[in-house]
Design a protein around this ligand. Structure first.
Ligand SMILES: CC(C)(COP(=O)(O)OP(=O)(O)OC[C@H]1O[C@@H](n2cnc3c(N)ncnc32)[C@H](O)[C@@H]1OP(=O)(O)O)[C@@H](O)C(=O)NCCC(=O)NCCS
Length: 152
């Protein structure tokens, strides 16, 4: 069986990345014109050029996407056909290697994402500003993870 390849998103991947983000729209609000308005694809191209998107690729198909806004995990979307195989966890692992602090905002009823974040050592940050009601901020720090490992 082919291996999943994790890599930075490339400018040429923009349309595929946009489609993958659209597939994950149960997890976050997206404009109804997300697929038709080319400004969204253009924005993805810019983000790829800034190296702020990572993808999971299998047999030359992008099946998972994680976009970052600085140290914030912004969109994380995995193709339904390959969920629950550790792809999102691997993408978070890569973000942890790059950043010593991570943030994420998640809808409270998004059980899968909440469970992923908690199992990855994120904690709820009540002070983090979330402009939409029913969303919470989560925070992870490498120092906090090391401290927990020291106590174990
Ligand atoms: C949330 C999401 C990214 C998880 O991707 P995934 O690749 O399936 O997740 P993983 O396989 O890495 O799972 C890691 C952990 O997340 C949690 N998790 C994932 N899916 C879950 C589910 N359906 N129910 C409960 N927990 C779940 C579990 O803790 C899991 O660990 P385990 O399998 O050892 O129990 C994926 O379901 C998705 O794309 N959802 C739609 C978009 C979205 O909501 N994105 C998050 C908002 S930015």
């Amino acid at each position: 069986m082919s291996e999943i390849n994790y890599r930075l998103g490339r400018v040429a991947d923009a349309a595929e990345i946009r489609n993958q983000i659209w597939q994950g729209r149960t997890g976050y609000p997206l404009s109804e014109t997300y697929l038709s308005d080319m400004k969204f694809e253009e924005d993805i191209r810019h983000q790829c050029a800034r190296r702020s998107i990572r993808v999971a690729e299998l047999d030359h198909r992008i099946l998972g996407v994680m976009t970052m806004r600085a140290n914030e995990v912004y969109y994380l979307a995995i193709d339904e056909a390959v969920r629950r195989r550790g792809i999102a966890r691997s993408l978070i692992f890569l973000a942890k290697k790059k950043w010593s602090h991570l943030e994420a905002k998640v809808r409270d009823d998004n059980a899968s994402m909440v469970s992923l974040l908690l199992s990855e050592g994120f904690v709820v940050d009540r002070l983090m500003f979330c402009k939409v009601p029913g969303w919470s901020g989560y925070r992870w720090s490498r120092r906090g993870e090391m401290a927990k490992l020291g106590q174990a």
